[in-house]
Design a protein around this ligand. Structure first.
Ligand SMILES: [Zn+2]
Length: 445
């Protein structure tokens, strides 16, 4: 048996998101990966790589992906892995969809065998779609989150949803049991655990407050839903104003603030309907928003019709944000579908700043930065982990003059939204192929 080469040369067209406005594209590029460390050793044009590496770059060390795009792995900053089955169910309104489809589905995750099977299938599917990091909601059950942590690969934080009130009896957990479980999971998973009150409606202030204290002490993340629909906001405020200490509360965001839920390691799902005062509070506490355009989209587009997130206003207020799929509120796993929805809905509303380059940045590096991983992953840079996906494309797509045009052409070639889930031919985590059954890496064979 011959020795495995330590450098691996991935040939393809590299798309490298750097910011909202800039994405490098390197046609006939080479991503050089050190297979011992799983990190990026170089980013070059083909000629430059030949000059620099000479004979080292030959034989089994070269992986020619053909006409394909090499794109950093996606970060999906908000999704529910236990809602895979309800993604395409009728969504007349948020609260009825939860009651009719989501809650009954989540109840099934009390069964360890079911959780195990679903976790195995779901996380393989997720890897195949190119998502390699993000923030996950599990069900209330310990067995479900443990199965998920066993199967998930990449940079994810995850929490069991905390539900102590206004929930179906099968999904209601007592405060003491909730807190005991938070403590146990924080101890077991450390910073990979995220304190996850489902939303203020279902989680008591005591559980949020106590849990937030422990999460902060462990430097773990906190996540929940905020201001997704007007009906939800009205209900939250009417409920909380009956709770001692919250009688005078002015906004939904203030409720979370009082419960210790805001901060630099906090991610609020949606945040569509926020007052200027609330945005200021999020900015001041360095809280981030996960924007989920496919979930917020009109019902005819398989969303919940929650409204269009105003990213310009959010940015002007200095609030950090990144994209999320919100599976099952969002109908498809692929962040390509999420990016496309972001661009389309904003274009329809006449917002030109919603470019495809911006969408790619918000689906990769921006998410990594919010999770505190911007120095480790999120795009192509020497020294960062070699986390990327390979997307085969036609020569016509590659003929685009810049990243914006290449992405535009890529999207134009996709006929059905469900096709986005199968755009990715292989996904690589720390330089190793982790997506398909058969690795295209000749040195692994
Ligand atoms: Zn959600």
């Amino acid at each position: 048996m011959t020795k495995k080469p330590s450098l691996r040369f991935h040939l393809g067209t590299l798309l490298n998101p750097l910011s909202d406005g800039v994405c490098e594209s390197i046609r006939n590029g080479v991503l050089v990966v050190d297979s011992r460390t799983g990190k990026i050793r170089g980013i070059h044009s083909l000629e430059e790589a030949h000059r620099r590496y000479g004979k080292t770059m030959s034989g089994r060390s070269v992986i020619d992906h053909g006409p394909a795009l090499l794109i950093p792995g996606f970060f999906d900053l908000h999704f529910h892995w236990v809602q895979d089955e309800v993604r395409e169910m009728p969504k007349a309104s948020l609260l009825t969809w939860l009651k009719n489809y989501t809650f009954p589905t989540e109840m099934r995750f009390a069964d360890p065998a079911y959780s195990k099977d679903r976790a195995k299938a779901f996380f393989q599917k997720l890897r195949n779609s190119g998502t390699q990091g993000g923030a996950i909601y599990s069900s209330i059950h310990e067995t479900a989150i443990r199965s998920a942590f066993r199967e998930v690969k990449g940079h994810f934080v995850m929490g069991n949803v905390l539900m102590n009130m206004e929930s179906p009896p099968e999904l209601t957990v007592g405060e003491e049991d909730s807190l005991r479980l938070v403590k146990r999971l924080l101890k077991r998973y450390g910073v990979r655990y995220a304190l996850t009150p489902r939303f203020a409606i279902t989680t008591t202030p005591r559980v949020m407050k106590e849990g937030a204290k422990w999460a902060d002490a462990a430097r773990a993340f906190k996540q929940t839903h905020l201001s997704e629909t007007p009906g939800e906001i009205e209900f939250v405020l009417s409920q909380y104003r009956k709770i001692p200490g919250f009688e005078k509360v002015r906004s939904y965001t203030e409720i979370y603030h009082k419960c210790g839920m805001l901060g630099s390691r906090s991610i609020m799902g949606h945040g569509i309907h926020l007052s200027s005062e609330e945005l200021r509070l999020l900015s001041r506490t360095r809280t981030s928003i996960a924007h989920c355009p496919t979930s917020n989209a009109p019902v005819k587009d398989l969303g919940l019709g929650s409204g269009l997130f105003d990213f310009r206003r959010t940015e002007r207020a200095g609030v950090r944000w990144a994209l999320g799929s919100d599976i099952g509120g969002g109908p498809f796993l692929s962040m390509f579908d999420v990016m496309e929805s972001f661009v389309r809905q904003n274009r329809k509303a006449g917002v030109k700043a919603a470019t495809r380059v911006k969408a790619l940045y918000r689906a990769t590096l921006a998410g990594a930065e919010i999770l505190g991983l911007g120095r480790i992953t999120g795009n192509f840079k020497v020294g960062k982990e070699a986390n990327f996906m390979v997307v085969p494309v036609s020569e016509q797509v590659l003929a685009g003059r810049n990243a914006e045009e290449i992405l535009e052409r890529l999207h134009a070639g996709v006929k059905r939204r469900s096709d986005y889930d199968s755009l990715v031919a292989s996904a690589w985590i720390k330089g190793r192929c982790g997506s398909r059954a058969r690795s295209p890496d000749p040195a692994e064979a």
